[in-house]
Design a binder for this molecule. Structure first.
Ligand code: PMP
Length: 285
């Protein structure tokens, strides 16, 4: 991704794509002091842009990184970067990290907090087979307890086990991996939340130790508007067999049907197709 034309917003300035570099002794490189956002623009407008900017600020605060920009300034910077890209449908990546400075230790409060925004085209997250039902592996790692790490921050450090688990899943021919949490409950995929359907009602894990996704919240609202009952609750892995349909939600994933999780199969049913279509219509409206 580093060798291409384009412009990246970096610390308040537009820089050439190839020149958007950081020093190897940046604090973030060594200690994961980095938070980010993944957003999508449709028809030239970022969907739920402000909610993403607010989450970025909250994530930075959770990692004790004083944000150098306000939500309004972040909004303007994302807009400017999207415009400069010339793209209508695009993925927007905002990144905040602690840079290099006088300190090289764990405590580096005086090192500058920096920010960058890049925009590029990114199609279906799970490839062209999106509507056929993704196949998920069951991850060996568990989503950690809220007492061990700031689980509600969209922080780079929380993705270490996502990368390991997704690599393992892909090596087995799966598209992604499903995490259980530290208590053994069903949690989320490596970059998306999960929903299940049974007897016309929807069940989704309580987001008490992982990201309460913006797409997740949008989809819950859509379901409730349709008069569909949504149970946000703790779900045991033993229950997977009893669910009829399953889908993932996320900015990148949008609404992606799931066909299989380990030995459990799901149909890409009417509600799944309906919600996927309705989400697509909503983000483009
Ligand atoms: N969980 C994880 C681990 C994620 O990376 C994402 C994507 N940001 C989500 C859930 C879904 O969040 P959102 O709908 O806000 O994109």
């Amino acid at each position: 991704y580093d060798d291409r034309d384009g412009l990246i917003w970096m610390d308040g300035e537009m820089v050439n794509w190839r020149d958007a570099k950081v020093h190897i002794l940046s604090h973030a490189m060594h200690y994961a002091s980095s938070v980010f956002e993944g957003e999508r623009a449709y028809k030239g407008k970022i969907f739920k842009s402000r909610a993403h900017s607010e989450r970025l600020v909250a994530s930075a605060e959770a990692l004790d990184m004083p944000m150098p920009y306000t939500v309004d300034q972040i909004e303007a910077a994302k807009e400017e970067t999207l415009k400069a890209s010339g793209l209508q449908d695009a993925y927007v990546r905002a990144l905040v990290w602690r840079g290099s400075g006088d300190d090289m230790g764990v405590a580096s409060a005086k090192n500058p907090v920096r920010m960058a925004i890049a925009v590029w085209g990114w199609g279906a997250y799970y490839g062209d087979a999106k509507m056929q039902g993704a196949k998920l592996d069951i991850a060996e790692w568990k989503r950690p307890s809220p007492e061990t790490i700031p689980v509600h921050a969209k922080a780079a450090g929380l993705y270490m086990i996502c990368t390991i688990s997704k690599h393992k899943a892909e090596a087995k021919g799966c598209s992604d991996a499903l995490f259980m949490d530290y208590r053994g409950y069903v949690a989320e995929a490596t970059g998306a939340n999960i929903f299940f359907v049974k007897d016309g009602e929807v069940h989704t894990p309580t987001p008490d130790c992982f990201l309460n996704g913006i797409t997740r919240q949008t989809v819950i609202g859509m379901l409730k508007d349709r008069g569909i009952t949504v149970h946000e609750r703790h779900i045991m892995p033993e229950e997977l067999d009893g669910f009829e349909q399953c889908w993932l939600t996320g900015t990148a994933a949008e609404v992606t049907p799931v066909g299989q999780i380990g030995p459990h199969s799901f149909e890409v049913g009417e509600l799944t197709r309906d919600i996927a279509k309705a989400y697509e219509a909503l983000v483009r409206s």
